[in-house]
Design a protein around this ligand. Structure first.
Ligand code: MSP
Length: 687
């Protein structure tokens, strides 16, 4: 049977600059939805791309002293690399400078002129170049762009106009008949009250004061208004009016789009102008436009000029793509605005990913290895606790499906994490280590099976959000391809006994809040260089790159970070399993530990948590930045003999070089630097 289709798009971003975490937000959301639909068996078309014409791009290229296309190519490469690092599984990437787009836009324009929807006139009014938007005097707010608050310019030029007014009634009727069309619902009222009721003016759809755009064939001094050009990408990319039968079949297959995902500030273009353009072309309208909220910073909207933009590349490099994806979609209900805080990020990664999820996978694999030779056990009869967990797993699948259908990513994740926490609780309560000690093999095997079966369900459920973790768990637990399908989730027992489970490293490391806050403070706009061109190493992708880069970190030996409701406390036996991941002596030998004596210590300026230490290693004096200022006064450390990790890659924190790391033990708000007896010489190797 032919598969149902699902066509989803992101806005095509302006490549006037590198993108920030806000752009990544929309793209990650679209990707999670595309992956989810593929798992549900849909034939998915996921489109993203770049909006490359217009005054803004022309100005930026000029400022950079480059030809527009040369300027653009570099940024597009950066953007595509960013999407690779974030595991964005787009099916097509459209650039509006491509011929497959420009030719069709020119044709469409001509046709709309011929049929009288576009007419020649002249424009006089205000223009906001950053938003590429026309505004009337009345619409301006304090003389500035009502959208972005920036300066506007007065423009007076010959222009073509689109007869929007002709279609207003049909548009309103469409809203009425398709209550699903604009989501969330509140945005529909905004459109009607703010833009349609005051009287929809005809839209200016060409410019003559610059030439970086698609030229109107009949009067080439006009370039097509960038929004008319851009919106059309949704149909040109899938072959509309291409003259190529194969591509036209593609268009017939995927159009109308199932959802255009956009930020709230461009809902207006997608729910007023775009439907009207489509009506004029005699095409069906998209089924849904979802206008999500903004990711804001504590001091408001992200902007380069404020210097508060977060570079997604650096986040992925440090925490891994899964962690960044999870955070973005979990943190804020989709549709609402949310504030990006470093604390929020680190807490989510520590509590949800390291404590709850990573810990579950890690301890379960370890127990299956310790108590059942790493084999998925053959279960005996299910007891009440087993049945309850199995029922919760199946119910969770249904809840996730419902929330995904409503594009409520955070709620889907909340439900998955309820299951994850419940599995941790189940393990604590059934205490496999005690069953093993008591020699209750049959019950032990059932419990181990239920653990593995729950993990299977959870790993498939997280796959749209965290594709790497899902794949890694599938491999580690030896799940078959069938066992990793969504269709198999309805049956908790679809997992076959007998598979081989490997022990593994924790999927998500626990992070030191103090060190991360300091580091995140430096990931601002000032560091948004072309770094993204470098490939992020494998370690970075897996979220372990902090080990390479956080040389200033104070190692937390045996840190027992507990989270309420986490349910991961498991008594002595589990403590052993969790903390003692077996490694070979060769792995341990890669870490170089030496004794050093603190010669001087001082606080790093403008930080609460960092101390700069000069440490005498016998043959050299090293500078190490350590996140221990809340536990030690600088003076109290001078003269102490400490243990230093001497072969960590150097890093810079708050502008200070750090070349190594000192060891410390911490638990529940207490932290003590590991010290060594006076008589050990500086530079002595610790092993
Ligand atoms: N080129 C137009 C879109 C044309 S679509 C036919 C454009 N480009 S943009 O580069 O400015 O991207 C805007 C989009 O990026 C927003 O609509 C939203 O999807 C995303 N975001 C940019 N900043 C954002 C936040 N701070 N928060 C959330 N999303 C943000 O507009």
């Amino acid at each position: 049977m032919d598969k149902s289709t699902f066509y989803i798009t992101t806005p095509i971003y302006y490549p006037n600059d590198k993108l920030h975490i806000g752009h990544a937000y929309t793209t990650v959301a679209a990707d999670a939805m595309a992956r989810y639909k593929r798992l549900r068996g849909y034939d998915v078309m996921f489109l993203t791309g770049t909006d490359e014409h217009g005054q803004k791009i022309q100005n930026r290229a000029r400022e950079a002293g480059k030809e527009p296309l040369v300027f653009l190519d570099e940024i597009i490469e950066w953007i595509q690399n960013l999407w690779r690092q974030l595991d964005i599984s787009y099916d097509d990437f459209i650039r509006t400078t491509e011929e497959r787009h420009t030719q069709v836009v020119a044709k469409i324009f001509e046709r709309l002129v011929d049929q009288g929807d576009i007419y020649l006139g002249d424009y006089e009014g205000w223009y906001c170049t950053p938003c590429e938007s026309f505004w009337t005097e009345r619409e301006l707010r304090d003389g500035k762009c009502p959208e972005c608050g920036r300066d506007v310019q007065y423009v007076k030029e010959d222009s073509y106009f689109f007869r929007m007014s002709k279609y207003v009634d049909r548009l309103l009727a469409y809203y009425e008949e398709h209550p699903e069309f604009i989501q969330p619902e509140s945005r529909k009222n905004e459109m009607i009250n703010n833009f349609i009721k005051p009287g929809l003016l005809d839209l200016c759809v060409s410019r003559t004061s610059f030439d970086w755009g698609i030229h109107v064939p009949r009067s080439p001094e006009h370039v097509v208004y960038v929004w008319l050009d851009a919106l059309t990408n949704y149909i040109t990319a899938i072959g509309y009016d291409s003259g190529n039968p194969q591509l036209e079949a593609k268009f017939a297959r995927y159009w109308p789009a199932d959802v255009h995902l956009v930020g709230k500030e461009i809902v207006r273009f997608h729910t007023i102008y775009w439907p009207i353009i489509l009506m004029a072309l005699g095409l069906p309208l998209p089924k849904k436009v979802f206008g999500h909220g903004w990711f804001l910073m504590k001091d408001g909207k992200m902007s380069k000029s404020k210097g508060n933009v977060i570079d997604p590349f650096l986040l992925v490099e440090r925490y891994g793509s899964d962690a960044v994806r999870y955070f973005l979609l979990r943190e804020v209900p989709f549709g609402q605005d949310g504030v990006f805080t470093s604390e929020g990020l680190v807490e989510r990664l520590n509590y949800d990913l390291a404590n709850d999820f990573g810990n579950l996978i890690h301890r379960s694999a370890a127990m299956i290895n310790r108590f059942n030779q790493g084999i998925v056990a053959n279960p005996g009869d299910f007891e009440v606790a087993d049945e309850e967990l199995a029922e919760l797993a199946v119910l969770t699948v249904q809840n996730v499906e419902q929330h995904m259908d409503e594009m409520q990513f955070s709620l889907a994740l909340v439900n998955i994490w309820k299951l994850v926490r419940q599995v941790n609780k189940y393990i604590d309560e059934t205490a496999p280590w005690a069953l093993a000690k008591a020699g209750n093999q049959e019950r032990l095997e059932t419990v181990l099976y239920v653990m593995a079966a729950s993990i299977r369900v959870a790993s498939v459920l997280v796959a749209p959000f965290m594709p790497r973790a899902a794949a890694s768990i599938g491999k580690q637990f030896g799940f078959s391809l069938v066992e990793q399908t969504w269709a198999s989730l309805g049956d908790f027992r679809a997992l076959h006994p007998g598979g081989q489970v490997a022990t593994g490293m924790p999927l998500f490391p626990r992070l030191d809040m103090a060190v991360e806050l300091e580091t995140l403070a430096t990931l601002g706009a000032n560091r948004q260089d072309m770094k993204g061109k470098e490939q992020v190493g494998e370690a970075g992708r897996w979220g372990h790159s902090h080990k390479d880069t956080a040389g200033a970190q104070t190692a937390s030996v045996g840190e027992a970070e507990k989270h309420k409701g986490n349910g991961s406390e498991g008594g002595q036996a589990v403590e052993n399993i969790e903390n003692k991941d077996q490694i070979g002596i060769d792995v341990f030998g890669q870490v170089e530990l030496r004794v050093g004596q603190v010669r001087s210590a001082e606080k790093v300026e403008k930080t609460d948590k960092l101390l700069k230490l000069k440490i005498d290693l016998g043959t050299e004096v090293r500078q190490v930045v350590s996140g221990i200022a809340q536990y030690y006064t600088p003076e109290s450390l001078v003269g102490q003999k400490v243990v230093v990790v001497t072969n960590l890659k150097p890093v810079r924190l708050r502008g200070v070089d750090s070349n190594g790391m000192i060891l410390a033990a911490s638990q529940e708000g207490m932290l003590k630097v590991v010290t060594v007896s006076e008589e050990v010489p500086n530079g002595a190797v610790v092993k």
